[in-house]
Ligand binder design. Structure first.
Ligand SMILES: NC(=O)c1ccc[n+]([C@@H]2O[C@H](COP(=O)([O-])OP(=O)(O)OC[C@H]3O[C@@H](n4cnc5c(N)ncnc54)[C@H](O)[C@@H]3O)[C@@H](O)[C@H]2O)c1
Length: 363
């Protein structure tokens, strides 16, 4: 008789970051620790201090560190996932620490999928008239490593009336194909409407003809998945008018950034929206999509639900989809029963929401 193999222990890098980040991450970890025994989940949470405080303490503008090479290597080679709160603080130049930590991980770990489930758990949370939970259940797959976001900005004649600023939207066939293929697989696996929508602006940005052609070619391998197309402007309009038409959508980095915030509002706001930055089979990063909301820092008033939902996505990625579903169910039931009063800041203490979700998932 052979004994069952010991279940793998996951090493999770935890970066609380700035502002409300450490507070919401603490509640995410509380829920993780509560659900772990019930699902035989073994893990070690390794705390990393990367944040604007750290950048300032190590020199700030004079060589302060954002994410040092040694920590990047530890995360890349020794961790299974990263749980991130938020980065961003007015004491640092706009975007500097965000870029040094978040973009370094997204691009350095080649996390080419930005996965954004958009689901409404209670009709009272939706700002759209007469929309119910069954009308809002979609996933946006945003390409996460290309586009203008990873191209260099160039300024000529800076500060003069003749200034010109350029930052190209750059797409590769390989980068485009892998996110489109991921989205087709997801539409098939989800098995809901089995429909994949391509969102682009190929009529105006002709470089996106690469997306049109790649989508058409990959679609031939998925005859069971219906395809559709919308330009980004129309897609934003349709998401507000008829969210029930959406199942899985795939889009570029820039347009995905914008339309997923529209989606966040449709599902109830930044207080619930979570994302996975994923490379299938490799260390991947999970986070609430909101930022560091500096005005709420240290007040125990930010809503931790988005971070708890990021933990659910992380568990799915780590091979514990059932645990992820239990967390999602606990959030849904706490919202439907009114035990979580609101997704905004201030209605309840951050720690109180964490406590009630932790006790719900502990069973
Ligand atoms: N991934 C990230 O770490 C990330 C994402 C976006 C912005 N940022 C950074 O965060 C900083 C602040 O940016 P911002 O003000 O544009 O966006 P933000 O998401 O931090 O805050 C916008 C507003 O959303 C609400 N909000 C955000 N999180 C909430 C929560 N958990 N509970 C309740 N309400 C919440 C608040 O009303 C807040 O004022 C900036 O430095 C920005 O660069 C970081």
């Amino acid at each position: 008789m052979t004994s069952a193999p010991a279940r793998k222990s996951h090493r999770i890098a935890v970066i609380g970051g700035d502002g409300i980040g450490p507070e919401v991450v603490a509640e995410g970890l509380k829920v993780l620790s509560a659900i772990a025994p019930r699902h035989g989940l073994r893990y070690e949470a390794v705390q990393y201090p990367f944040s604007t405080d750290r950048w300032l303490a190590t020199g700030g503008e004079h060589g302060g560190e954002t994410l040092p090479d040694s920590a990047f290597a530890e995360i890349k080679d020794g961790c299974d996932a990263v749980l991130l709160g938020a980065i961003g603080d007015p004491r640092a130049p706009v975007g500097l620490v965000e870029h040094g930590v978040i973009m370094r991980l997204r691009v350095g770990l080649d996390l080419f999928v930005n996965l954004r489930p958009i689901k409404l758990y209670d009709a009272r949370l939706c700002p759209l008239k007469d929309k119910r939970p069954e009308d809002v259940d979609m996933v946006i797959c945003r390409e996460n490593t290309e586009d203008a976001y990873t191209a260099k900005a160039e300024f000529t004649n800076k500060g003069t009336p003749d200034e010109v600023a350029v930052q190209p939207m750059r797409y590769t066939r390989k980068g485009t194909e892998r996110i489109i293929r991921y989205a087709f697989e997801l539409a098939r696996r989800r098995n809901k409407q089995k429909k994949l929508l391509l969102i682009d602006k190929a009529n105006a940005v002709r470089a996106q003809d690469l997306w049109t052609r790649t989508f058409a070619e990959v679609a031939k391998e998925y005859p069971d998945v219906a395809t559709d197309h919308a330009y980004i402007d129309a897609a934003c309009m349709w998401m507000l008018k008829n969210p029930e038409w959406f199942d899985v959508a795939v889009t570029t980095n820039l347009f995905g950034d914008i339309i997923t915030d529209v989606g966040a509002m449709v599902q109830g706001g930044l207080g619930i929206a979570a994302s996975g930055n994923i490379h299938p089979g490799r260390v991947s990063l999970f986070e609430p999509i909101h930022g560091s909301a500096p005005k709420y820092k240290g007040q125990n008033s930010a809503n931790p639900v988005a971070t708890v939902m990021a933990v659910a996505l992380m568990l799915d990625h780590l091979g514990h989809p059932e645990a992820g579903r239990v967390i999602e169910g606990a959030v849904a039931s706490a919202l439907q029963s009114g035990r979580i009063k609101s997704l905004s800041a201030g209605a309840q203490k951050t720690s109180e929401i964490g406590d009630l979700l932790a006790s719900a998932v502990a069973g």
